[in-house]
Design a protein around this ligand. Sequence first.
Ligand code: GDP
Length: 140
Amino acid sequence: MAIERTLSIIKPDATRRNLTGQINARFEDAGLRIVAQKRIQLTLEQAQGFYAVHNERAFFYDLCNFMISGQVVAQVLEGKDAIAKNREVMGATNPANADEGTIRKDFAESIEANSVHGSDALDTAAWEISYFFSQIEIVG
Ligand code: GDP
């Protein structure tokens, strides 16, 4: 098992409901360490840049507008198999399909307002971390 880093975002539906502490506890309980974290308000341009991979999808416009509808908490999680572990803790994209005990099952409002983002592979994790954080902002 490799020690990995993954980019996590606590989305506006969750920051609006003051759930950041409860969500962070899920990560820590799963053995993931928060080695960088900041609360920010994305601009539309920044949200579109982050989700550029989805720019052909029908939901791209709605997704970017949702991501700027409130503050987000961007964070780097570190741990054994952090990318897969975080996806497990998050649950399926659509909360209706998410397993019991996952963040999305317990907190998500909809397939769009689904409380958290997590990188899905090593290469995307590296790119997504560098989108939000400089080397000097990551400890651990
Ligand atoms: P993820 O890796 O589980 O976050 O899922 P995706 O990469 O497929 O989608 C990125 C994000 O787009 C999701 O987390 C949702 O916020 C949003 N999303 C995905 N599918 C839909 C959809 O069918 N409709 C809308 N409105 N948003 C979606």
